[in-house]
Design a protein around this ligand. Structure first.
Ligand code: NAD
Length: 262
């Protein structure tokens, strides 16, 4: 299947590693003009080099903290200039800290709101005029399997991701008339640095080996393993492509069957 992404202009935020980087790399492999944005200049350059080596495509890099509206405006402008328009927006950010409800004060709630929900609002607001002009405007929001089944000890993530899912559905309704398709993709347990860090912390807290932690999680996954970032990226890239013509307002989990709800 030809995804039709050649020469399409794509902005992926939080793309210096993990799921954002894997998605950006696959967009580049499909011939898209990709802008990657993240906080750290050095890791961005490393990510750009990795994509160049793997795909032969050079990508545009822009420094962005999704908590800063002025960075968001600059990233969109830069992607628009580099790609001669903007066809695809992939909203991603680092996850909020874990912790139970009782441990979290207002400042933690505000931070999580700004980084994981308001950032999607701001990115969408900035990008939508360009996406409406595109012949195949697409938004993909990266969330979590917690939009279907909340995860214990991650109250901030559970709450903000559910907000992004509600926003996604609402935007798909409002922007459908302009041919802009909006979806969310939720990872279950995809083997990125973040997941490795979380497993390490869990192991320390429970006084067991990391291997035992991983084993416990894998026992809940019908496919019997963590996913790979490329496997997640394929879902993002398809939903964001012109080949996706009729899927909008959906939440797709890439979780190896982990979440059991219908
Ligand atoms: P990761 O920690 O490996 O990568 C996160 C990326 O976000 C990095 O490039 C980092 O520099 C960037 N980033 C962090 N804060 C930022 C900010 N304020 N502005 C701009 N960039 C910022 O994480 P990942 O595993 O790739 O996950 C991506 C998202 O998906 C996260 O929100 C994570 O919580 C969520 N998630 C991941 C999994 C999984 O299985 N990997 C599961 C559930 C949810």
């Amino acid at each position: 299947m030809n995804l039709g992404l050649e020469q399409k202009s794509v902005l992926v935020t939080a793309a210096s590693r993990g799921l954002g980087l894997a998605s950006a790399q696959l967009f580049a492999a499909e011939g898209a003009k990709v802008t990657i944005a993240s906080r750290n200049e050095e890791s961005l350059q490393r990510a750009a080099q990795q994509i160049q080596t793997a795909t032969g495509q050079s990508v545009n890099v822009v420094k962005l903290d999704v908590n800063r509206p002025e960075d968001i405006a600059r990233a969109i402008e830069s992607a628009e200039e580099f790609g001669d328009g903007l066809d695809v927006l992939v909203c991603n950010a680092g996850g909020p800290p874990g912790g139970s409800f009782i441990q979290l004060d207002d400042s933690k709630w505000y931070q999580a709101f700004e980084q994981n929900l308001l950032s999607v609002v701001r990115l969408t607001r900035g990008a939508i005029p360009y996406l409406r002009r595109s012949s195949a405007g697409r938004i993909v929001n990266i969330t979590s399997s917690s939009i279907k089944q909340p995860i214990s000890g991650l109250v901030l993530s559970n709450t903000m991701r559910a907000g992004v899912w509600g926003l996604t559905k609402t935007l798909s309704d409002e922007f459908g008339a302009y041919g802009v398709l909006v979806n969310t993709v939720g990872p279950g347990r995809i083997a990125t640095d973040r997941i490795a860090e979380i497993d390490e912390v869990t192991a320390q807290r429970e006084g067991i080996d990391v291997a035992q932690v991983t084993e416990k999680f894998i026992a809940q996954i019908p496919l019997g393993r963590y996913g790979q970032p490329e496997e997640f990226a394929r879902a993002v890239v398809f939903l964001a492509s012109p080949a996706n013509t009729y899927i909008t307002g959906q939440a797709l989990l890439v979780d190896g069957g982990m979440v059991k709800n219908l």
